[in-house]
Design a binder for this molecule. Structure first.
Ligand SMILES: Nc1nc2c(ncn2[C@@H]2O[C@H](COP(=O)(O)OP(=O)(O)OP(=O)(O)O)[C@@H](O)[C@H]2O)c(=O)[nH]1
Length: 651
């Protein structure tokens, strides 16, 4: 099936990525050797020590494509390959990984140097057709047949700055004599349903029936770059703000806090050297993989303009005192990954384990950056790395550490599944290890599949408000994340809940994404929306919703909950609840099996009541709540929401 003119891998020609052709020397030249069984069969008949490495079979969906070789394809085949690349790029939100020299079964057969060069040339031509850039991430040698030529496998990143291929409905008035169709005199306007392609093309008109004229039209989209949101976690003073300063300002630190001055927002932060608020820092990459930072581009606008990929770091506070801010950053800003910063000197100290627990509970994939290696002896660094790896493998975490030591492991880390935790060692003063970290960030993808993105975009819109501003020329602006649907300029939405639990209509007058004007924002993207009027009581935690959703707020909601360690979860317990961008004190009004000491990880059901005002909550939302002073947290999932009744509305 070809949908939106894009490629469906299930229809792929059987020769794509299969081993037809040239593999006599490896003893695997059978035309159907792409099947795992046949590959295995033939491999076992050849000498065992010649067995090449094996990747998992090629995923049908997603942005990873295996190609055995791409040597001199016919014109027709080339077009097919380009269409397939378009599909893979779409799956990866503008990024695709090509494994060249690998069969569909995952068998790493490898290519001889001449074949590899020819294949990469074809890949460059395919990418050029789509305006995409190609970067070879790594090359791996595979065992050759005895006496045979050397073979290798290449992993290639293809990245395209999306220039907008999205379907739209337009209502156009046409001057009929522009078109070669017979049009009745009394028809003056038509409704046109458009499917999209790159070309501006007025065909094909199937019949002289004006009601079914189809246009194919390129519509510019406002997606300019791949967006990746990273939450920065770690104990106080481990060097988080410094690392961000060095990454985003392109200037090394002096070891006495020079770089972090660029990051701090408040005077007291500069005085104490501690982050207390959430700051957002950006690092761009151009299509060649070079960093775009403040050293060459003086403004954030220019960085956004010149980047094909934009990493937004959400710098969260490390000190225990500001843990609430940290939790808000993790729950409210929906980061794609968490970067846990650990000092090589102090290792797993202070809030480190708590931060790991939060990232795990919220299912945010994590990587670790060990800083200050310039201050640390080799023995201490080894000890810190070993302790971190033991923590990652341990029963509470259950993941696989991957130490990044060279370009190959950096590329491997970026492509690794979410149960892998890459570990980097860097110094913000000498710059050691930073190129590998940047290489990883360049290749790391937001990892929401195209199917999931499309599903979210098709839902009624839901915009979570994280920040509000009043700007003299623009008026009221709300910043936040669109979790569902699509918002376009001029959209009429419901804003709330207000103090009495109601919602009020507003109109979106302008949209900014990545500090630039935009006409549309899609599910998963952060944006600032200017609204047409001031709304009393406007605050973080409110939402903008499609009016058709008939939104309601609630004071009471029920959730299944569990605590990380033995905890009393009982009636009348007061707790701070984090639900997306909502943070409010709530009281537990009832517990299904009330107990003084709920065992760790045992689940129960509890009824919560917001203390201050009604909030917008949906069934299925994940919540995190703080249990008393023992620094314990509970997590849960909302199972039932009780819409506000008149008598429940708060004053
Ligand atoms: N020598 C050396 N010093 C570093 C390095 N990274 C950070 N520092 C120093 O460590 C101190 C603390 O760094 P910060 O970046 O403020 O630490 P933080 O983790 O952001 O602290 P909070 O904001 O409290 O969470 C500063 O004086 C930095 O100059 C490094 O790699 N090497």
């Amino acid at each position: 099936m070809d949908f939106l003119g894009l490629f469906d891998p299930s229809e792929e020609d059987s020769d794509v990525g299969s081993s037809s052709g040239s593999l006599g020397s490896a003893g695997m030249s059978s035309p159907d050797s792409s099947s795992p069984e046949s590959s295995l069969e033939e491999s076992s008949s050849s000498e065992l020590e010649q067995l090449p490495d094996q990747l998992p079979p090629e995923p049908q969906l997603g942005n990873i494509e295996y190609k055995l070789k791409l040597v001199s394809p016919s014109k027709h085949r080339f077009q097919h390959l380009v269409t397939q690349m378009k599909w893979r790029l779409r799956e990866g939100q503008g990024e695709a990984i090509y494994e060249i020299g690998v069969e569909d079964s995952g068998l790493m057969t490898g290519l001889e140097p001449a074949e590899m060069t020819a294949s990469l040339t074809t890949l460059h031509r395919m990418a050029a057709e789509l305006g995409a850039a190609v970067t070879v991430l790594r090359e791996r040698r595979v065992p050759a047949a005895p006496g045979g030529p050397e073979r290798c496998v290449s992993e290639v990143l293809v990245r395209k700055v999306p220039n907008g291929i999205h379907s739209v409905d337009l209502r156009l008035s046409l001057t009929f004599d522009l078109y070669p169709v017979q049009v009745p005199d009394d028809i003056h306007s038509v409704d046109l349903r458009l499917s999209l392609t790159y070309d501006f093309d007025f065909g094909p008109v199937q019949e002289p029936d004006i009601h079914s004229v189809y246009l194919r039209l390129a519509v510019p989209d406002d997606i300019h770059s791949v967006d990746l949101r990273l939450a920065v976690l770690g104990n106080a003073d481990v060097g988080k703000s410094t690392l961000l300063g060095v990454l985003t300002y392109g200037e090394l630190d002096n070891g006495r806090g020079r770089s972090r001055l660029n990051i701090f927002r408040h005077l007291h932060e500069i005085r104490t050297g501690r982050t207390s608020s959430i700051s957002h820092e950006i690092l761009g990459f151009d299509s060649e993989g070079n960093t775009v930072d403040y050293s060459a581009s003086p403004t954030a606008e220019e960085i956004c303009e010149q980047s094909t990929k934009l990493v937004t770091f959400i710098d969260l506070a490390g000190h225990q005192k500001y843990l609430k801010t940290t939790v808000l950053g993790l729950t409210g800003y929906s980061p794609h990954h968490a970067m846990l910063v650990v000092s090589a000197n102090s290792g797993i100290a202070g809030t480190t384990q708590e931060h790991v627990g939060l990232a795990l509970a919220l299912k945010v994939p994590m990587f670790i950056v060990v800083t200050k290696i310039d201050l640390t002896s080799a023995a201490t660094l080894r000890h810190t790395l070993a302790a971190l790896e033991a923590m990652v493998r341990g029963p509470g975490c259950g993941k696989q550490p991957l130490r990044v030591v060279d370009e190959t492991s950096a590329a491997e880390a970026a492509a690794a599944p979410s149960d892998t935790v890459p570990v980097f060692s860097v110094s913000s003063v000498t710059g050691a290890g930073l190129p590998l970290l940047k290489k990883y960030l360049h290749a790391l993808s937001p990892s929401t599949g195209a199917t999931e993105r499309k599903r979210l975009e098709q839902q009624l819109c839901e915009f979570q408000i994280d920040e509000t501003y009043r700007i003299s020329e623009t008026g009221v602006v709300v910043g936040g994340l669109l979790t569902k649907g699509i918002i376009t300029e001029g959209a009429r939405l419901s804003l709330g809940p207000l103090e009495d639990g109601t919602f009020t209509p507003v109109r979106v007058s302008t949209i900014h994404r990545n500090r630039r004007p935009s006409r549309v924002v899609r599910a998963g993207q952060a944006a600032s929306l200017a609204i047409d009027r001031d709304v009393p009581g406007l605050r973080r935690g409110m939402v903008l919703l499609a009016p058709q959703a008939r939104p309601t707020a609630c004071i009471y909601f029920q959730a299944t909950v569990c605590a990380f360690r033995p905890q009393a979860i009982c009636r009348r317990l007061q707790t701070t609840v984090h639900l997306g961008n909502v943070r409010q004190t709530a009281v537990i009004e009832g517990v299904f099996d009330s107990t003084d000491q709920l065992p760790a990880n045992k689940t129960t059901s509890a009824m919560f009541k917001f203390y201050r005002q009604p909030e917008y909550v949906s069934v299925g939302d994940r919540l995190l709540f703080r249990l008393g002073r023992a620094r314990g947290y509970g997590i849960g999932t909302v199972t039932q929401v009780f819409p506000c009744r008149q008598e429940e509305k708060m004053m």
